[in-house]
Ligand binder design. Structure first.
Ligand code: FES
Length: 102
């Protein structure tokens, strides 16, 4: 069984019936997943950070949103630039980015 150091859940705004209509979806969450995976691959962190999608966390106005466990760190209003910095500082260096936390 895989035991990653971090498990990321990134909201793609999918509702319970499977319709992708939420705010995170509208604000480009799908592309952010690709960006995060790319950043982790570049840093050879793919085995340390598991990435999963999630449905709505009911904090849509802060979207796109992701939560990182086991730390329980929530990031909001994500952009590709923020994903890059989180990959570097949080996942590579071990320092969550306080500036982006919600
Ligand atoms: S759609 Fe992402 S928190 Fe609601």
């Amino acid at each position: 069984m895989i035991q990653p150091k971090h498990h990321v859940f990134l909201c793609t705004g999918t509702k319970l019936r499977g319709d992708a209509k939420g705010m995170c979806h509208t604000r480009g969450a799908e592309a952010l997943i690709g960006k995060l995976v790319e950043e982790l691959d570049d840093r050879e962190l793919s085995s340390e950070v598991m990435v999963s999608t999630a449905g709505c966390f009911a904090i849509c106005d802060k979207g796109p949103v992701m939560v990182v466990y086991p730390e329980g760190v929530w990031y909001g209003e994500l952009t590709p630039e923020k994903i890059e910095r989180i990959a570097e500082e949080h996942f590579e260096e071990g320092n969550p980015v306080a500036e982006y936390q919600i």
